[in-house]
Design a protein around this ligand. Structure first.
Ligand SMILES: CCCCCCCCCCCCCC(=O)SCCNC(=O)CCNC(=O)[C@H](O)C(C)(C)COP(=O)(O)OP(=O)(O)OC[C@H]1O[C@@H](n2cnc3c(N)ncnc32)[C@H](O)[C@@H]1OP(=O)(O)O
Length: 254
């Protein structure tokens, strides 16, 4: 049977008892904590580097959260030291060979790729989740360090924010998942430093497979920049010797 740490990690992802504390207990009733974080700030809240489009869209979606149909997803740069330990256990459970490379110390220094840039230079984004519609909308303002062809975003940067958005959609539905496939059609180059909307939709779940699609559009909806489809796989507990039933039925206190 797997250790307590991995059970907690599962709880953190699934929001079950024993995982991250409920958002309400932290006074954040309209916000869903995607994982517990105490060391740094929530990067999905307004900052001086946000342009007027980003702020206006943030305000519009925050308004939509008032009736509970939409939830703003918090986002942090690092996970807490405690969670780092939990994730070490998680990695060991699912990918034993990887745990020889990624030790606890390295994990404690890790940063979420999309949050590792100086404010305003890289990925500025905030995501909003609509459970009933199985949608996540990401408001994204890309900074000057994401340039590819001069004056436009690098396609890899676009792929990254797409993966983050469809990935979050898969996580909120499937728990512990990994991207198995991501197909992207680049229709029109995205001007550097612009703000765009990424609209993602969970299309279907078949067993362990989650199919999520998305469109990247200008904020007025007139330009379709990019379209993508993706496949996420829920990790197979038995295959990786992870006792999911135990983790769900006997969650640990936070
Ligand atoms: C709390 C912390 C929160 C963190 C928040 C921040 C996160 C931000 C979010 C960022 C998000 C970033 C996210 C990232 O960046 S994730 C990082 C990028 N992804 C990876 O590194 C994944 C690498 N791949 C794997 O580990 C395995 O292949 C996985 C786990 C995916 C499946 O291996 P597993 O051994 O488990 O499964 P299986 O092989 O038995 O296959 C099962 C079924 O699936 C079908 N299949 C499999 N692959 C493909 C494929 N390519 N196309 C079509 N179908 C495929 C397969 O045919 C079979 O179907 P069927 O025969 O049953 O019908």
């Amino acid at each position: 049977m797997l250790g307590r740490g991995a059970a907690r990690a599962l709880g953190a992802l699934r929001g079950v008892r024993g995982g991250a504390p409920p958002a309400r207990s932290l006074g954040l009733s309209r916000r869903l904590l995607s994982f517990e974080k105490v060391l740094d700030k929530d990067h999905s809240l307004p900052k001086p580097c946000w342009g007027k489009d980003m702020r206006r869209l943030f305000d519009q979606f925050t308004k939509k959260c008032e009736d509970g149909s939409w939830i703003q997803l918090a986002s942090y740069e690092q996970i807490s030291a405690q969670r780092s330990q939990d994730f070490s256990a998680f990695i060991h459970a699912y990918f034993p060979s990887a745990s020889e490379v990624i030790n606890k110390e390295k994990l404690s220094q890790a940063q979420l790729f999309t949050r590792g840039f100086e404010d305003g230079m890289g990925f500025e984004y905030v995501m909003f989740y609509n459970k009933a519609e199985k949608r996540i909308v990401c408001v994204f303002q890309g900074g000057p360090h994401l340039q590819g062809m001069p004056g436009f975003f690098h396609g890899g940067a676009t792929a990254t924010i797409i993966d983050a958005t469809v990935g979050m959609n898969a996580i909120v539905s499937g728990g512990i998942v990994m991207t198995a496939n991501l197909n992207i059609n680049f229709k029109s180059p995205i001007p550097l430093c612009s703000t765009v909307l990424i609209n993602s939709q969970l299309d279907k779940i078949e067993g362990r497979k989650l199919f999520v699609s998305c469109k990247v559009q200008s904020i007025d909806g007139k330009i379709l920049y990019t379209e993508a489809t993706s496949l996420f796989i829920m990790l197979e507990p038995k295959k990786k010797k992870y006792d999911l039933k135990e983790a769900v039925l006997n969650p640990l206190p936070a």
